[in-house]
Design a protein around this ligand. Structure first.
Ligand code: AMP
Ligand code: MN
Ligand code: MN
Ligand code: MN
Length: 275
């Protein structure tokens, strides 16, 4: 049993098609997989068909963008009803939000003198949910920066002109959609928010009060000491523990099914669906 409950395909900002992603997951020994593209479920049908061929259990998944107190927070939805009308309406609104945000990012970068960034980024996204990584690639192609990290550091990361996050819904709203559709709402990669312990705790409490019921105790190479702290929070706030690679494509530091070991003493989210 190996569950990877967080990864991306080229339907958002990943490199692989849903089919290639599932093939790779099978090679890596993954037996339960959730494809969690940013704000879209466009890859699920293809992934599910492929997963059946490999006898992999495919759990419905999505990674929603949201805000809490002005900070961008990612909430993973797992095991929800993919046909739930309100969920589908919410996803459609997120898609609109993404497009609007992308246009604002483009306008801001154009104002900085980066002409033609919109056409370039849109072409790179090629019908996927357009996001900052597509702008980052455009900036690389236009030789404005030399790599992804630099693109985020100079143009797209927190506090930079391309960091447009105020359009995203409040975290409580996103939790509501997932729970209404029968899913588990999971705070993604809690080690990535650059928050103090106190702030992280307040965010997780607000999330729990809104009905949030899961936490990614392990996300890729999460530090063991951090994971242990998250286990304590899970037990305190009643969260199910989740794990995932947050794979976007083959990288020296990222692979499907590869992450820090889940500590003992948790209630793993996958026992929900394991058969
Ligand atoms: P977006 O969903 O459009 O807000 O873009 C966020 C995505 O950008 C994340 O899911 C990561 O895949 C990617 N990302 C964020 N920060 C960085 C960074 N510093 N370097 C490379 N990729 C990043
Ligand atoms: Mn991403
Ligand atoms: Mn994320
Ligand atoms: Mn992700």
């Amino acid at each position: 049993m190996l569950a990877d409950l967080h990864c991306h395909s080229l339907k958002s900002d990943g490199d692989l098609s849903p089919s290639d992603l599932v093939d790779r997951a099978a090679e890596q020994g993954v037996t339960m997989l959730a494809l969690t593209d940013h704000d879209t479920i466009n890859g699920l049908a293809e992934a599910r068909a492929r997963a059946e061929m490999h006898n992999i259990e495919l759990i419905s998944g999505i990674e929603f963008s949201s805000v809490w107190n002005g900070i961008g927070i990612h909430v993973v939805g797992l095991g929800f009803d993919e046909t739930h009308p309100e969920m589908l309406a919410a996803i459609a609104r997120q898609e609109d939000c993404r497009l609007l945000r992308a246009k604002t990012i483009a306008e801001r970068l154009e104002k900085l003198g980066i002409k033609g960034i919109w056409d370039k980024a849109e072409a790179i996204a090629n019908g996927a949910q357009i996001g900052r990584p597509h702008f980052a690639q455009a900036l690389i192609d236009m030789e404005k920066v030399s790599n992804m990290a630099q693109a985020f550091k100079r143009y797209l990361g927190a506090g930079k002109p391309g960091d447009v996050k105020t359009l995203w819904p409040d975290i409580t709203e996103v939790v509501g959609w997932i729970r209404e559709a029968g899913g588990v709402a999971v705070v993604a990669h809690p080690d990535k928010y650059k928050m103090t312990n106190t702030k992280l705790k307040s965010m997780l409490k607000a999330f729990a009060e809104a009905g949030g019921n899961g936490l990614e105790v392990v996300s890729g190479a999460t530090e063991v000491t951090f994971s242990r702290r998250m286990v304590e929070i899970c037990n305190e706030l009643g969260f199910l523990a989740s794990q995932g690679s947050d794979f976007h494509g083959p990288r020296p530091w990222s692979e499907l099914g590869k992450f820090t070991k889940m500590p003992e003493g948790v209630n793993p989210v996958w026992t929900h669906w394991a058969n």
